[in-house]
Design a protein around this ligand. Structure first.
Ligand code: PHE
Length: 358
């Protein structure tokens, strides 16, 4: 049976329990505790009186006061617990984050189709062990033409509408490079075979309409070794085109052509539908130039053509990007129109669109 604190203590107990229950904050509760159990608290005062009692009375009174003390201490602890819980609940509610709220849209950039196409080209040739080279946009006449077996006043120079600069490199006229082929020369002069490179970069020709821009992009390719043949050229380019366009069955045709820096030279066509622009159709579309590096070009770079041979190719990046993504007007590539970029640009996180076998 629960011990009672003693008749005369009941009003104090009732009053104290009511005050504890009424304390609305931890601080208020602490004040109540001090008023009961502090140095000059009500219960402390009663406990102090114990010393004045006769030993007989002291025992019963002591027991009664102890019961009261325990009751009040328990009530204080219980109230404290309740108040702390309430404070915590209030804090959690106040600090709640609404994870169901829709995120604010953040403007996100897109990868330009030219950059994206260059990355894909690099990925495919990278898997064939090619490395990437670059060269200057401002070239001199010798690298852009002469070393490539296009001597001064040769009619082949008229094939490319060249931008000549007023500046010159020594006594050689400076030009904006009309193709990436001068990087073939720079590489062969600075490195010994075997050579296996691609050269993505800017090129310039005085030409401007829906399919030609005075600045455009090409990727050159050059492979030089002791036993590199036309069969390697064909295999390498067929694999590339099928991987790039994502069609393992893409028709590819090699057609005899002429470039001063390759012999024999071949234009490469892919199957395409003239009416719908669909890849794989029954018409042919010229897509790049290629050939076996001309012995004169090797000799111009100090490579003995009796010991080494190889192939080269050059393709327009805009051209293949337009075909792959069905972009019709070349000029929009360079206008930085945000609506066009949103539509044709790529998410930085999107995987490359190359066929699975690759
Ligand atoms: N340089 C040529 C062009 O711009 C392409 C080409 C490169 C052809 C290499 C053959 C070999 O048209």
């Amino acid at each position: 049976m629960k011990k009672m604190p003693g008749e005369d203590l009941l009003p104090l107990q009732a009053q104290a329990l009511a005050a504890i229950e009424a304390a609305g904050t931890i601080e208020a509760l602490e004040e109540v505790r001090v008023s009961l159990l502090g140095k000059s608290g009500a219960l402390t005062a009663l406990l102090k009186q114990l010393g004045t009692l006769a030993p007989e009375d002291k025992k019963t009174r002591g027991a009664e006061l102890n019961v009261l003390k325990t009751t009040l201490t328990d009530a204080l602890a219980a109230r404290r617990e309740t108040l702390e819980q309430a404070a915590l609940t209030a804090r959690l509610a106040a600090e709640k984050i609404d994870i169901s709220a829709p995120p604010r849209p953040e403007p996100l950039g897109a990868i330009h189709p030219i950059s994206r196409t260059m990355e894909e080209i690099a990925a495919i040739f990278g898997a064939q062990n090619f490395t990437i080279k670059d060269g200057p946009d401002i070239e001199d006449d010798w690298y852009n033409f002469s070393a490539l077996n296009i001597p001064s006043h040769h009619p082949a120079r008229a094939m490319m509408d060249t931008f000549y600069l007023n500046a010159s490199h020594g006594n050689r006229p400076a030009v904006l490079r009309t193709h990436t082929s001068p990087v073939q020369i720079r590489t062969m002069l600075s490195e010994k075979p075997p050579i296996r490179i691609i050269v993505p970069g800017r090129t310039f020709r005085a030409d401007h309409d829906a399919t030609h821009s005075p600045m455009f992009h090409q990727t050159e390719g050059l492979v030089i070794g002791r036993d590199i043949t036309l069969a390697h050229l064909k295999g390498c380019l067929i694999d590339f085109l099928r991987a790039f366009f994502g069609r393992p069955d893409l028709p590819v045709r090699f057609r005899a052509s002429y470039f001063p820096f390759t012999e024999p030279s071949m234009e490469v066509d892919i199957g395409w539908d003239r009416k719908t622009g669909e890849l794989g159709g029954g018409d042919w579309l010229e897509i790049l130039g290629s050939g076996m590096v001309h012995p004169n070009v090797l000799a111009n770079c100090g490579i003995d053509p009796r010991e080494f041979q190889g192939f080269a190719f050059g393709m327009g990046i805009e051209r293949i990007a337009m075909l792959k993504h069905r972009i019709s007007d070349l000029r929009l590539f360079y206008e930085s129109d945000i609506r066009w970029l949103k539509h044709y640009g790529f998410s930085p996180l999107a995987p490359a669109m190359l066929h699975e076998g690759f």
